[in-house]
Design a protein around this ligand. Sequence first.
Ligand code: GDP
Ligand code: MN
Length: 388
Amino acid sequence: MNVHEHQAKALFKSFGVAVPAGALATTPAEAEDAAKALGTPITVVKAQIHAGGRGKGGGVKLAKSPAEAKQHASQILGMTLVTHQTGPQGKLVRSVYVEAGSEIARELYLALTLDRATENFAVIASTEGGMNIEEVAEHTPEKIHTELIDPVVGLQPYHCRKIARALKLDAPQTKKLEDFLSALFKLYIEKDCSLVEINPLVVTKQGDLFALDGKLNFDDSALYRHPDIAALRDPEEEDPRERAAKEIDLAYVGLDGEIGCMVNGAGLAMATLDAITVNGGRPANFLDAGGGADKEKVKEAFKLILRDENVKAILVNIFGGIVRCDLIAEGVVAAAAELAVKVPLVVRLQGTNAEEGRRILAGSGLNITPAETLAEAAEKAVAAAKGK
Ligand code: GDP
Ligand code: MN
Protein backbone atom coordinates (compact mmCIF):
# COMPACT_ATOMS: atom_id res chain seq x y z
CA MET A 1 0.00 0.00 0.00
CA ASN A 2 1.21 3.48 -0.89
CA VAL A 3 0.49 6.68 1.01
CA HIS A 4 0.67 10.36 0.13
CA GLU A 5 3.81 12.44 0.62
CA HIS A 6 2.25 14.41 3.49
CA GLN A 7 1.33 11.17 5.28
CA ALA A 8 4.83 9.79 4.77
CA LYS A 9 6.30 13.00 6.15
CA ALA A 10 4.05 12.92 9.22
CA LEU A 11 5.37 9.41 9.90
CA PHE A 12 8.95 10.54 9.23
CA LYS A 13 8.48 13.32 11.76
CA SER A 14 7.03 11.04 14.43
CA PHE A 15 10.09 8.79 14.13
CA GLY A 16 12.54 11.69 14.15
CA VAL A 17 13.40 11.72 10.44
CA ALA A 18 14.04 15.38 9.58
CA VAL A 19 11.42 17.00 7.32
CA PRO A 20 10.51 20.63 6.59
CA ALA A 21 7.43 22.03 8.35
CA GLY A 22 4.25 21.86 6.31
CA ALA A 23 0.46 21.65 6.26
CA LEU A 24 -2.17 20.06 4.05
CA ALA A 25 -4.67 22.21 2.14
CA THR A 26 -7.70 21.32 0.07
CA THR A 27 -8.67 24.87 -0.95
CA PRO A 28 -6.61 27.86 -2.16
CA ALA A 29 -7.64 29.80 0.97
CA GLU A 30 -6.32 27.00 3.19
CA ALA A 31 -3.06 27.04 1.23
CA GLU A 32 -2.74 30.79 1.81
CA ASP A 33 -3.36 30.37 5.55
CA ALA A 34 -0.85 27.53 5.69
CA ALA A 35 1.80 29.67 3.99
CA LYS A 36 1.09 32.53 6.40
CA ALA A 37 1.36 30.22 9.40
CA LEU A 38 4.68 28.81 8.15
CA GLY A 39 5.99 32.36 7.90
CA THR A 40 9.00 31.48 5.73
CA PRO A 41 10.02 33.78 2.84
CA ILE A 42 9.47 30.92 0.39
CA THR A 43 6.88 28.19 0.54
CA VAL A 44 6.41 25.24 -1.77
CA VAL A 45 2.97 24.08 -2.97
CA LYS A 46 3.00 20.38 -3.82
CA ALA A 47 0.29 18.27 -5.47
CA GLN A 48 -0.61 15.19 -3.41
CA ILE A 49 -1.03 12.20 -5.69
CA HIS A 50 0.38 8.68 -5.49
CA ALA A 51 2.98 9.25 -8.18
CA GLY A 52 6.40 10.80 -8.59
CA GLY A 53 7.62 13.20 -11.24
CA ARG A 54 5.19 15.88 -10.03
CA GLY A 55 7.78 18.64 -10.30
CA LYS A 56 8.26 18.18 -14.06
CA GLY A 57 4.50 17.89 -14.58
CA GLY A 58 3.80 21.27 -12.95
CA GLY A 59 2.63 19.89 -9.62
CA VAL A 60 5.36 21.46 -7.44
CA LYS A 61 5.62 25.26 -7.34
CA LEU A 62 7.60 27.76 -5.26
CA ALA A 63 5.76 30.78 -3.82
CA LYS A 64 7.29 34.02 -2.57
CA SER A 65 4.22 35.09 -0.61
CA PRO A 66 1.04 33.59 0.87
CA ALA A 67 -0.90 35.23 -1.95
CA GLU A 68 1.29 33.45 -4.49
CA ALA A 69 0.85 30.16 -2.61
CA LYS A 70 -2.91 30.68 -2.90
CA GLN A 71 -2.56 31.32 -6.62
CA HIS A 72 -0.44 28.19 -7.17
CA ALA A 73 -2.89 26.12 -5.12
CA SER A 74 -5.82 27.32 -7.21
CA GLN A 75 -3.95 26.14 -10.31
CA ILE A 76 -2.82 22.81 -8.93
CA LEU A 77 -5.99 21.78 -7.06
CA GLY A 78 -8.38 20.08 -9.43
CA MET A 79 -5.81 19.69 -12.19
CA THR A 80 -5.22 16.33 -13.81
CA LEU A 81 -1.53 15.86 -13.30
CA VAL A 82 0.30 13.75 -15.86
CA THR A 83 3.74 12.43 -14.96
CA HIS A 84 5.86 9.51 -16.17
CA GLN A 85 4.36 7.49 -13.31
CA THR A 86 0.65 8.29 -13.74
CA GLY A 87 0.12 7.02 -17.27
CA PRO A 88 -1.33 9.25 -20.00
CA GLN A 89 -4.70 9.58 -18.22
CA GLY A 90 -3.03 11.38 -15.29
CA LYS A 91 -4.34 11.79 -11.76
CA LEU A 92 -6.77 14.30 -10.31
CA VAL A 93 -5.19 16.47 -7.59
CA ARG A 94 -7.46 16.71 -4.54
CA SER A 95 -5.08 18.27 -2.05
CA VAL A 96 -1.79 20.15 -1.85
CA TYR A 97 0.91 20.14 0.78
CA VAL A 98 2.27 23.56 1.62
CA GLU A 99 5.79 23.37 2.90
CA ALA A 100 8.45 25.72 4.24
CA GLY A 101 10.93 26.36 1.43
CA SER A 102 14.46 25.06 1.91
CA GLU A 103 17.67 26.66 0.71
CA ILE A 104 19.05 23.73 -1.19
CA ALA A 105 22.80 23.21 -1.54
CA ARG A 106 22.70 19.63 -2.80
CA GLU A 107 20.02 17.12 -3.81
CA LEU A 108 20.78 13.50 -2.93
CA TYR A 109 18.94 10.21 -3.32
CA LEU A 110 18.25 7.76 -0.52
CA ALA A 111 16.12 4.62 -0.41
CA LEU A 112 15.68 1.70 1.93
CA THR A 113 14.23 -1.55 0.73
CA LEU A 114 14.63 -5.31 0.77
CA ASP A 115 17.16 -7.11 -1.38
CA ARG A 116 15.49 -10.46 -1.84
CA ALA A 117 18.45 -12.02 -3.66
CA THR A 118 20.82 -11.60 -0.70
CA GLU A 119 18.11 -11.60 2.01
CA ASN A 120 19.34 -8.27 3.35
CA PHE A 121 17.96 -4.79 3.74
CA ALA A 122 19.47 -2.42 1.21
CA VAL A 123 20.17 1.27 1.52
CA ILE A 124 20.49 2.77 -1.93
CA ALA A 125 22.22 6.13 -2.01
CA SER A 126 23.32 8.48 -4.75
CA THR A 127 24.74 11.97 -5.12
CA GLU A 128 22.38 12.36 -8.12
CA GLY A 129 19.18 13.25 -6.28
CA GLY A 130 16.19 15.12 -7.63
CA MET A 131 16.29 13.29 -10.92
CA ASN A 132 14.86 10.09 -12.24
CA ILE A 133 16.90 7.42 -10.45
CA GLU A 134 16.13 4.82 -13.16
CA GLU A 135 18.03 7.04 -15.60
CA VAL A 136 20.97 7.40 -13.23
CA ALA A 137 21.03 3.60 -12.86
CA GLU A 138 21.05 3.17 -16.61
CA HIS A 139 23.60 5.79 -17.64
CA THR A 140 25.86 6.19 -14.61
CA PRO A 141 25.42 3.10 -12.42
CA GLU A 142 28.71 3.89 -10.64
CA LYS A 143 26.97 6.85 -9.04
CA ILE A 144 24.64 4.55 -7.12
CA HIS A 145 25.88 3.08 -3.86
CA THR A 146 24.15 0.05 -2.36
CA GLU A 147 24.80 -0.82 1.25
CA LEU A 148 23.48 -4.20 2.35
CA ILE A 149 22.36 -4.60 5.95
CA ASP A 150 22.11 -8.03 7.48
CA PRO A 151 18.81 -8.09 9.39
CA VAL A 152 20.45 -9.93 12.30
CA VAL A 153 23.08 -7.21 12.67
CA GLY A 154 20.80 -4.26 11.90
CA LEU A 155 21.90 -0.78 10.91
CA GLN A 156 25.31 0.03 12.41
CA PRO A 157 27.32 3.27 12.57
CA TYR A 158 29.84 1.89 10.05
CA HIS A 159 27.04 1.43 7.49
CA CYS A 160 26.12 5.08 7.97
CA ARG A 161 29.72 6.24 7.57
CA LYS A 162 30.09 4.28 4.33
CA ILE A 163 26.86 5.76 2.97
CA ALA A 164 27.92 9.26 4.07
CA ARG A 165 31.22 8.84 2.23
CA ALA A 166 29.40 7.73 -0.92
CA LEU A 167 27.21 10.83 -0.61
CA LYS A 168 30.31 13.03 -0.12
CA LEU A 169 29.11 14.43 3.20
CA ASP A 170 31.40 16.28 5.62
CA ALA A 171 31.90 15.26 9.27
CA PRO A 172 28.99 17.19 10.86
CA GLN A 173 26.66 16.07 8.05
CA THR A 174 27.80 12.49 8.55
CA LYS A 175 26.61 12.67 12.15
CA LYS A 176 23.26 14.04 10.95
CA LEU A 177 22.96 11.25 8.40
CA GLU A 178 23.54 8.71 11.14
CA ASP A 179 20.58 10.08 13.12
CA PHE A 180 18.51 10.36 9.96
CA LEU A 181 19.18 6.77 8.87
CA SER A 182 18.66 5.32 12.34
CA ALA A 183 15.24 6.95 12.58
CA LEU A 184 14.36 5.84 9.05
CA PHE A 185 15.46 2.27 9.72
CA LYS A 186 13.36 2.15 12.90
CA LEU A 187 10.31 3.35 10.96
CA TYR A 188 10.95 0.79 8.22
CA ILE A 189 11.08 -2.12 10.67
CA GLU A 190 8.36 -1.05 13.10
CA LYS A 191 5.79 -0.24 10.42
CA ASP A 192 6.59 -3.18 8.11
CA CYS A 193 7.52 -1.02 5.14
CA SER A 194 8.62 -2.51 1.86
CA LEU A 195 10.10 0.70 0.48
CA VAL A 196 11.14 4.11 1.69
CA GLU A 197 12.35 6.43 -1.03
CA ILE A 198 13.57 9.97 -0.46
CA ASN A 199 14.28 11.83 -3.66
CA PRO A 200 15.62 14.33 -2.98
CA LEU A 201 17.26 14.15 0.39
CA VAL A 202 18.65 17.66 0.58
CA VAL A 203 21.65 19.26 2.19
CA THR A 204 20.69 22.86 2.93
CA LYS A 205 23.01 25.86 2.70
CA GLN A 206 23.09 25.74 6.50
CA GLY A 207 24.38 22.14 6.33
CA ASP A 208 21.20 20.46 7.54
CA LEU A 209 19.71 17.27 6.08
CA PHE A 210 16.01 17.11 5.20
CA ALA A 211 13.72 14.69 3.43
CA LEU A 212 12.26 17.01 0.79
CA ASP A 213 10.20 14.25 -0.77
CA GLY A 214 8.96 11.01 0.75
CA LYS A 215 7.56 7.84 -0.69
CA LEU A 216 6.49 5.04 1.62
CA ASN A 217 5.24 1.65 0.62
CA PHE A 218 3.91 -0.87 3.13
CA ASP A 219 3.73 -4.64 3.04
CA ASP A 220 0.03 -5.39 2.48
CA SER A 221 0.32 -8.71 4.30
CA ALA A 222 1.40 -6.92 7.48
CA LEU A 223 -1.27 -4.21 7.42
CA TYR A 224 -3.49 -6.15 9.81
CA ARG A 225 -1.11 -5.29 12.63
CA HIS A 226 -0.95 -1.59 11.77
CA PRO A 227 -4.48 -0.19 11.85
CA ASP A 228 -2.97 3.32 11.96
CA ILE A 229 -1.24 2.71 8.63
CA ALA A 230 -4.21 0.90 7.06
CA ALA A 231 -6.30 4.00 7.89
CA LEU A 232 -4.04 6.08 5.60
CA ARG A 233 -5.29 4.21 2.54
CA ASP A 234 -6.74 6.49 -0.14
CA PRO A 235 -9.12 4.45 -2.32
CA GLU A 236 -9.34 7.38 -4.78
CA GLU A 237 -5.74 6.69 -5.75
CA GLU A 238 -6.30 3.04 -6.56
CA ASP A 239 -7.24 1.48 -9.87
CA PRO A 240 -11.07 1.06 -9.63
CA ARG A 241 -10.76 -2.44 -11.09
CA GLU A 242 -8.22 -3.41 -8.43
CA ARG A 243 -10.36 -1.86 -5.71
CA ALA A 244 -13.35 -3.99 -6.78
CA ALA A 245 -11.12 -7.09 -6.88
CA LYS A 246 -9.87 -6.44 -3.36
CA GLU A 247 -13.43 -6.29 -2.08
CA ILE A 248 -14.14 -9.80 -3.33
CA ASP A 249 -10.72 -11.10 -2.35
CA LEU A 250 -9.37 -11.75 -5.84
CA ALA A 251 -5.73 -11.20 -6.78
CA TYR A 252 -6.06 -8.85 -9.74
CA VAL A 253 -3.72 -6.41 -11.43
CA GLY A 254 -5.10 -4.20 -14.19
CA LEU A 255 -3.00 -3.97 -17.37
CA ASP A 256 -3.63 -2.06 -20.58
CA GLY A 257 -4.10 -4.77 -23.21
CA GLU A 258 -7.24 -6.33 -24.69
CA ILE A 259 -7.22 -9.98 -23.61
CA GLY A 260 -8.92 -10.60 -20.29
CA CYS A 261 -7.36 -13.47 -18.37
CA MET A 262 -8.83 -15.75 -15.77
CA VAL A 263 -6.32 -18.20 -14.40
CA ASN A 264 -5.90 -20.17 -11.20
CA GLY A 265 -2.49 -19.88 -9.58
CA ALA A 266 -0.14 -16.91 -9.76
CA GLY A 267 2.58 -18.83 -11.62
CA LEU A 268 0.17 -20.09 -14.26
CA ALA A 269 -1.26 -16.57 -14.55
CA MET A 270 2.22 -15.16 -15.21
CA ALA A 271 2.91 -17.88 -17.78
CA THR A 272 -0.40 -17.07 -19.46
CA LEU A 273 0.54 -13.39 -19.77
CA ASP A 274 3.84 -14.46 -21.32
CA ALA A 275 2.14 -16.81 -23.76
CA ILE A 276 -0.25 -14.07 -24.89
CA THR A 277 2.61 -11.62 -25.34
CA VAL A 278 4.73 -14.11 -27.28
CA ASN A 279 1.80 -14.62 -29.64
CA GLY A 280 1.56 -10.90 -30.33
CA GLY A 281 -1.33 -10.09 -28.00
CA ARG A 282 -1.60 -7.86 -24.96
CA PRO A 283 -3.16 -8.99 -21.68
CA ALA A 284 -5.79 -6.74 -20.07
CA ASN A 285 -5.08 -8.04 -16.61
CA PHE A 286 -3.43 -10.51 -14.31
CA LEU A 287 -6.03 -12.49 -12.40
CA ASP A 288 -5.35 -15.34 -10.04
CA ALA A 289 -8.73 -16.83 -9.14
CA GLY A 290 -6.98 -18.91 -6.50
CA GLY A 291 -6.33 -22.60 -6.06
CA GLY A 292 -9.79 -23.18 -4.61
CA ALA A 293 -11.78 -21.18 -7.15
CA ASP A 294 -15.46 -22.19 -7.17
CA LYS A 295 -18.47 -21.34 -9.32
CA GLU A 296 -19.19 -18.10 -7.46
CA LYS A 297 -15.56 -16.94 -7.72
CA VAL A 298 -15.55 -17.69 -11.45
CA LYS A 299 -18.63 -15.52 -11.91
CA GLU A 300 -17.16 -12.66 -9.88
CA ALA A 301 -13.95 -12.92 -11.88
CA PHE A 302 -15.89 -12.70 -15.15
CA LYS A 303 -17.73 -9.63 -13.93
CA LEU A 304 -14.47 -7.99 -13.04
CA ILE A 305 -12.88 -8.77 -16.41
CA LEU A 306 -15.95 -7.48 -18.26
CA ARG A 307 -15.87 -4.16 -16.39
CA ASP A 308 -12.84 -3.35 -18.53
CA GLU A 309 -14.04 -1.86 -21.82
CA ASN A 310 -10.76 -2.67 -23.56
CA VAL A 311 -11.37 -6.41 -23.29
CA LYS A 312 -11.91 -7.94 -26.75
CA ALA A 313 -11.51 -11.61 -25.82
CA ILE A 314 -11.28 -13.67 -22.66
CA LEU A 315 -8.86 -16.48 -22.03
CA VAL A 316 -9.72 -18.90 -19.24
CA ASN A 317 -6.78 -21.09 -18.32
CA ILE A 318 -7.46 -23.47 -15.46
CA PHE A 319 -5.38 -26.26 -14.08
CA GLY A 320 -7.51 -28.63 -12.06
CA GLY A 321 -5.45 -29.50 -9.02
CA ILE A 322 -7.41 -28.59 -5.94
CA VAL A 323 -10.35 -27.51 -8.09
CA ARG A 324 -12.20 -29.83 -10.42
CA CYS A 325 -12.42 -28.78 -14.07
CA ASP A 326 -16.06 -29.87 -14.35
CA LEU A 327 -17.04 -27.45 -11.59
CA ILE A 328 -15.08 -24.65 -13.25
CA ALA A 329 -16.74 -25.47 -16.57
CA GLU A 330 -20.15 -25.21 -14.93
CA GLY A 331 -19.11 -21.89 -13.45
CA VAL A 332 -17.91 -20.61 -16.82
CA VAL A 333 -21.11 -21.68 -18.57
CA ALA A 334 -23.33 -20.20 -15.88
CA ALA A 335 -21.40 -16.91 -15.79
CA ALA A 336 -21.20 -16.60 -19.59
CA ALA A 337 -24.95 -17.18 -19.91
CA GLU A 338 -25.98 -15.01 -16.99
CA LEU A 339 -23.70 -12.12 -17.86
CA ALA A 340 -24.46 -12.51 -21.59
CA VAL A 341 -20.76 -12.44 -22.47
CA LYS A 342 -20.40 -11.03 -25.97
CA VAL A 343 -16.65 -11.23 -26.44
CA PRO A 344 -15.09 -14.48 -27.70
CA LEU A 345 -14.23 -16.93 -24.98
CA VAL A 346 -11.27 -19.31 -25.22
CA VAL A 347 -11.12 -21.94 -22.51
CA ARG A 348 -8.35 -24.33 -21.65
CA LEU A 349 -8.98 -26.89 -18.94
CA GLN A 350 -6.37 -29.40 -17.81
CA GLY A 351 -6.06 -31.70 -14.83
CA THR A 352 -8.71 -33.25 -12.62
CA ASN A 353 -11.94 -34.02 -14.54
CA ALA A 354 -10.74 -32.03 -17.58
CA GLU A 355 -12.57 -34.37 -19.99
CA GLU A 356 -15.82 -33.90 -18.14
CA GLY A 357 -15.25 -30.14 -18.07
CA ARG A 358 -14.74 -30.00 -21.82
CA ARG A 359 -17.92 -31.97 -22.41
CA ILE A 360 -19.86 -29.45 -20.34
CA LEU A 361 -18.42 -26.56 -22.36
CA ALA A 362 -19.11 -28.27 -25.69
CA GLY A 363 -22.68 -29.13 -24.70
CA SER A 364 -23.50 -25.67 -23.39
CA GLY A 365 -24.59 -24.28 -26.73
CA LEU A 366 -22.47 -21.21 -26.01
CA ASN A 367 -19.81 -19.92 -28.34
CA ILE A 368 -16.78 -21.18 -26.47
CA THR A 369 -13.53 -22.06 -28.21
CA PRO A 370 -11.79 -24.95 -26.49
CA ALA A 371 -8.00 -25.33 -26.38
CA GLU A 372 -5.78 -28.16 -25.19
CA THR A 373 -2.39 -26.56 -24.63
CA LEU A 374 -1.41 -23.18 -23.25
CA ALA A 375 0.26 -22.22 -26.53
CA GLU A 376 -2.86 -23.11 -28.50
CA ALA A 377 -5.08 -21.23 -26.05
CA ALA A 378 -2.96 -18.10 -26.26
CA GLU A 379 -2.84 -18.25 -30.06
CA LYS A 380 -6.61 -18.61 -30.29
CA ALA A 381 -7.24 -15.81 -27.80
CA VAL A 382 -4.93 -13.43 -29.67
CA ALA A 383 -6.63 -14.28 -32.98
CA ALA A 384 -10.07 -13.81 -31.40
CA ALA A 385 -9.11 -10.42 -29.94
CA LYS A 386 -7.98 -9.35 -33.40
CA GLY A 387 -11.36 -10.40 -34.77
CA LYS A 388 -10.00 -13.36 -36.75
P1 GDP B 1 8.51 14.86 -7.45
O1 GDP B 1 8.79 15.65 -8.68
O2 GDP B 1 7.14 14.23 -7.48
O3 GDP B 1 9.56 13.84 -7.16
O4 GDP B 1 8.43 15.92 -6.24
P2 GDP B 1 9.59 16.45 -5.26
O5 GDP B 1 9.01 16.59 -3.91
O6 GDP B 1 10.81 15.62 -5.35
O7 GDP B 1 9.88 17.92 -5.81
C1 GDP B 1 10.47 18.11 -7.09
C2 GDP B 1 11.59 19.14 -7.03
O8 GDP B 1 11.08 20.39 -6.56
C3 GDP B 1 12.72 18.81 -6.08
O9 GDP B 1 13.65 17.92 -6.65
C4 GDP B 1 13.30 20.16 -5.82
O10 GDP B 1 14.25 20.49 -6.83
C5 GDP B 1 12.12 21.10 -5.93
N1 GDP B 1 11.72 21.54 -4.56
C6 GDP B 1 10.86 20.90 -3.74
N2 GDP B 1 10.79 21.54 -2.56
C7 GDP B 1 11.65 22.61 -2.63
C8 GDP B 1 12.07 23.64 -1.72
O11 GDP B 1 11.66 23.72 -0.57
N3 GDP B 1 12.96 24.58 -2.19
C9 GDP B 1 13.44 24.51 -3.45
N4 GDP B 1 14.31 25.43 -3.84
N5 GDP B 1 13.12 23.55 -4.32
C10 GDP B 1 12.23 22.60 -3.92
MN1 MN C 1 10.87 13.47 -5.74
